[in-house]
Design a protein around this ligand. Structure first.
Ligand code: NDP
Length: 335
């Protein structure tokens, strides 16, 4: 087997030498344990946070430790009565081909419901993030305008489609023409703007003639600056992620923090950060609704797969820069 460990804490953008591929002696499960073989490794932006030891809601990966990550795995040996050989499970064993588990934290995945990779995608953590952040915090109403960036990605694609299901207008922001075309034509968003367009602010304004009622914040930076003046009174801003800032751990300049807080007051904005686990109580609702929407074709999703565990560092570095087109997965072993 193989595993990928954090070799060094990145300074700014992660680079190949911050990761190290190591051989792994496939372990033997003890009493009550199972041996897992990884099929799919999910790569997600939050992993950038785990590589640094700045203050966060989660503890960082130690230097020399296996990179953290959600996986879909097959039980290939079991001494645990709760799991049989051949079971497919959702687990969090990280960037490795094999792992031992005592069964705690493993969830069985039913391959009959959907392809098992969806357990880390549209029917898993990113889908749940979109569902809870949009519905519980954003609360879009029929006829309102919802804006989301990283709109072709795992979270953003679901946000816009759920907004449409709720009768709202969905305006996406994405990097490049291919992604924007996909967001409009395949996902059915009402419009999509390229965030690299030098006229982003003006284009966004004409795409949102009635202003913005819900801004699902995935990126921060220049996109937020274009969105902010268009927010309507009583707009809601679920703050899900700030991917444009993840490589900057220094203090960022509060150059317009004062003007922003004034607008928060005058427009009575609701800005609420969240981590998907805050909404654990909504998991059953999410699975019921989202699996229905996926089955009915109302929520489409796209996977972006790289092959082999060794591809994970390059794929992850690409994810932070928009090289992925859809939910980033690594196929670690055969289905
Ligand atoms: P995506 O599949 O959307 O991939 C990341 C995308 O971010 C890239 O493809 C790129 O798309 C976009 N991006 C990168 N840099 C920039 C930039 N400077 N400006 C604008 N867009 C940029 O990832 P996810 O769907 O998994 O995650 C989306 C967001 O949700 C992230 O911020 C993530 O941290 C957050 N998140 C938060 C959770 C929570 O619990 N709060 C849980 C899960 C995710 P493009 O080419 O279109 O620019």
């Amino acid at each position: 087997g193989k595993r990928i460990v954090l070799a060094a804490r990145p300074n700014g953008e992660p680079k190949p030498s911050d990761f190290r591929l190591e051989d792994l002696a496939v372990p033997t499960p003890g009493a009550g344990e199972v041996l897992l073989r990884t099929i799919w490794l999910s790569l997600d932006p939050y992993m950038r946070g785990r590589m640094s030891d700045g203050p966060s809601y989660a503890t960082p990966v130690p230097v020399g430790g296996v990179m953290e990550g959600g996986t879909v795995a097959e039980v290939i040996a079991s001494n645990n009565p709760g799991f049989a050989k051949g079971d497919i499970v959702l687990s969090r064993v990280g960037w490795q081909t094999h792992a031992i588990s005592d069964g705690k934290g493993l969830t069985k995945v039913d391959p009959k419901i959907a392809p098992v990779s969806t357990a880390v995608g549209v029917l898993g953590m990113p889908g749940m993030t979109a569902y809870t952040g949009l519905l519980d915090i954003g609360q879009p109403k029929s006829g309102e305008t919802v804006v989301v960036a990283a709109a072709s990605g795992a979270v953003g694609s679901a946000v816009g489609q759920i907004a449409r299901i709720k009768g709202a207008r969905a305006v996406g922001i994405a990097g490049g023409k291919d992604k924007c075309d996909y967001v409009k034509k395949e996902l059915g968003f009402d419009d999509c703007i390229d965030h690299r367009d030098p006229n982003l602010a003006a284009k966004l304004k004409s795409a949102c003639p009635g202003g913005i009622d819900v801004y699902f914040e995935n990126v921060g930076g220049a996109v937020f600056e274009a969105v902010f003046p268009l927010l309507n009174a009583f707009a809601r801003i679920p703050v899900c992620g700030l991917i444009s800032e993840y490589n900057n751990f220094g203090e960022t300049s509060p150059k317009w923090a004062g003007a922003m807080m004034r607008a928060v007051l005058v427009k009575r904005l609701t800005i609420r950060g969240f981590i998907v686990s805050d909404f654990a109580a909504r998991h059953a609702d999410f699975l019921r609704d989202m699996s229905g929407w996926v089955r009915e074709g109302k929520v489409k999703h796209k996977e972006f797969v790289t092959e082999g565990l060794d591809s994970a560092p390059t794929a992850f570095m690409g994810l932070l820069k928009g090289a992925n087109f859809g939910k980033q997965l690594v196929r670690v072993g055969p289905d």
